[in-house]
Design a protein around this ligand. Structure first.
Ligand SMILES: C[S@@+](CC[C@H](N)C(=O)[O-])C[C@H]1O[C@@H](n2cnc3c(N)ncnc32)[C@H](O)[C@@H]1O
Length: 629
């Protein structure tokens, strides 16, 4: 095991593990994290390699440009390999380093309590290396772990969730494991071609791997349509086929790649530096015809201006595919990189495609959110239903926060009294209402609004929910919403998250409160379920179930011998459970405590209702207490 000096440990304990860079606050690197049993640092021979600086006196902070011999311990934030410097334990992160890989890395950046390195060369390959089927895998930012076995990917994701919930969520390992809260990650049976939506970018300068830089190209050959090279907002890795998207979408991509550079078409890619050029993005979405079950493809060209004539030949080409049922044009005149247009035009066919989920039909337009892995969304929604624990008697109210096109809420509508959905994107709300109509659902209300800007009136337009579903995007829930939920005290919250880091933070707030805002936590985390929705990528989905802590309590009384209370003052420990209208005050005489076996067979149950966030002392007198111990 790697040796850690006490000085080093003191430093590390005052920092957050750098695998969670956005949460650098007051969390600790634990000894167990530092001494992962998977690591065999003692096997690393002291290197004589000139590339490493092991001969120099050991500095705790590696210097920029310094080379280090490293072993990747695990995958962390954004799928980067987490390593520690031998001798000091200083944490470094390396893009594309995989667990078990021994390599030489060069320090490129220092970031507070960790440094970033780039891999110079591999000394010993990763433990679970496999062949990546995609030719772009070594360069593309989309699938960073295609060359790591799927089982190892799952292990790494599960470990990340656990670490975040412990370090950011402030839960102990014992709590998660012994109470059976943490469940093993649910794998995805389909590991390629699972994405129903991909967004490619056009650009005037192709990103080319170093080894091909010598090849000469004319200017249009330098035009690219593909995915951003990792770390570059202006360089595009040209992609003819993507292993994540569906086959019909790949056919369309190939057809567009085949012709869009033709000078006769007069098409130019948008340049993010000069802000000149026409074609910005190509979005491909795949759905399903609900009657025939055949794939339906939507092609969405995002352009900097509205010039339908310029797009005509591309539209003709793609609409020749029977699967293509919709060609859209989003016009975005801003200099930003977003694909949502200020204006949207239908150039061919319909303006939306359809898909089925949990037996319902959904209509999806170009800019509405829809789960991108339809197959695994079935699995995810089933889990959400399980967690929600709907009674099914039509009596319950469901609040569906961040509802998108209403998919989660609508799957519940058949078995509850009413669903109220909130979402910021107007088009998604329009789709949600339409989706309710298409499926003959009348007990669902969808409201457009920004959940980051709610005020004290929020909650007045719907009855108190029995179940809250919250499915925010990556930033998680705003403090205003956390406060609202803590005051609302709905019996159950199912939190669906695509960012375990912000989820762990919100989980801490809901369960442990927010001291600086004077908010008390009132939820108990009862289930944590990571789900792999996106194999080969660093993305992790998780479903968490929170149950409201009861205000009522069971009193465990520390009694003396049978028949007597040992003293007039006793300390009691409270845990949740029993209801009674009395609210005792500190030092109050509790006349109505009955502890014992005569009238209730459970020892230590009180009829008093304490504030469980405080520690109470009750004055108990023999005369007034019916105590049978
Ligand atoms: C992860 S998606 C979930 C959508 C939906 N629950 C589903 O499963 O299809 C997050 C949704 O939150 C919406 N959203 C993001 N920020 C929001 C905000 N401040 N207020 C309300 N909705 C927001 C997004 O438009 C998106 O539809």
């Amino acid at each position: 095991m790697v040796g850690i000096s006490s000085q080093c440990f003191r430093y590390l304990t005052s920092t957050l593990p750098p695998r969670f860079p956005s949460f650098q606050a007051s969390r600790f690197l634990t000894l167990s994290t530092l001494s992962s049993p998977n690591l065999e640092f003692e096997n690393i021979e002291p290197t004589n390699n000139n590339e490493t600086s092991s001969k120099k006196p050991i500095s705790y902070f590696p210097k920029r440009g310094q080379t280090l011999e490293l072993v990747c311990e695990s995958l962390a934030f954004k799928g980067k390999g987490l390593c520690k410097v031998t001798d000091t334990g200083f944490v470094v992160m390396c893009d594309r380093a995989l667990p078990g890989e021994r390599f030489i890395g060069r320090v490129t950046r220092k970031k507070g309590n960790y440094a970033e390195v780039t891999k110079v060369r591999t000394l010993t390959p990763p433990l679970d290396l496999v062949d990546a089927p995609c030719e772009y895998a070594p360069y593309c930012g989309g699938c960073k772990t295609q060359n790591l076995s799927y089982e190892a990917q799952l292990r790494a994701k599960e470990e990340q969730v656990r670490d975040l919930v412990i370090h950011v969520g402030k839960f102990s390992h014992q709590e998660l494991e012994l109470h059976g809260i943490m469940n093993p990650i649910v794998s995805c049976d389909i590991q390629f071609h699972y994405r129903n939506k991909m967004e490619f970018s056009f650009g005037p300068s192709k990103w080319v791997p170093k080894e091909l830089l010598h090849e000469t190209r004319d200017s249009t050959e330098n035009y690219a349509l593909g995915l951003h090279a990792p770390g570059f907002f202006d360089k595009i890795l040209n992609v003819d086929k993507c292993f994540l998207q569906t086959d019909p979408a790949n056919k369309v991509l190939a057809a567009i790649q085949d012709c869009w550079r033709d000078p006769q078409l007069g098409l130019s890619p948008y340049d993010v530096h000069s802000h000149l050029g026409f074609l910005k993005h190509l979005m491909l979405r795949t759905g399903r015809d609900v009657t025939t079950n055949n794939p339906e493809v939507m092609v969405n060209f995002v352009t900097s201006s509205y010039e339908p004539k310029l797009l005509e030949s591309l539209v003709d080409k793609v609409s020749a595919f029977p699967e293509v049922v919709s060609v859209m044009n989003n016009v975005n005149t801003s200099v930003g990189n977003t694909s949502v247009g200020e204006q949207e035009y239908t150039l061919y066919g319909k303006s939306s495609i359809t898909e089925t989920l949990r037996g319902l039909t959904f209509q999806i337009s170009a800019n509405s959110f829809f789960q991108t892995n339809t197959y695994q969304a079935e699995v995810l929604y089933k889990l959400i239903e399980e967690c929600a624990g709907i009674k099914g008697d039509g009596s319950e109210i469901v609040l569906d926060l961040f509802c998108g096109t209403g998919t989660i809420g609508l799957t519940f509508a058949r078995s509850v009294k009413h669903v109220y959905g909130y979402e910021v994107v107007p088009q998604a709300i329009a789709d949600a209402r339409l989706n309710a109509k298409i499926n003959g659902i009348q007990n669902a209300t969808f409201v457009q609004g920004d959940l980051n800007k709610i005020d004290e009136n929020f909650g007045k337009n719907f009855p108190k929910p029995d179940i809250v579903i919250s499915d925010p995007n990556r930033p998680g829930m705003h403090m205003k919403l956390i406060k609202f939920l803590l005051e609302l005290r709905a019996p159950r919250i199912v939190y669906v998250s695509c960012n375990p880091a912000t989820c762990a933070r919100d989980l801490d707030y809901l369960c442990h409160g927010v001291a600086e805002k004077n908010l008390k936590g009132c939820y108990k985390l009862t289930r944590l379920q990571p789900v792999d929705m996106f194999p080969h990528t660093p993305h992790i989905e998780m479903v968490s179930l929170f149950s409201r802590q009861s205000k009522w309590a069971i009193l465990t009384i520390n009694c003396g011998s049978v028949g007597k209370l040992s003293s007039k003052w006793s300390n009691f420990t409270w845990s949740t459970g029993v209801q009674n209208p009395l609210e005792p005050h500190l030092g109050q005489v509790i006349a109505d405590i009955w502890v014992g076996v005569s009238s209730t067979p459970k020892r230590g149950i009180t009829s008093a209702k304490p504030d469980i966030s405080k520690s109470w002392v009750f004055k108990v007198t023999d005369g007034k207490t019916r105590a049978f111990c």
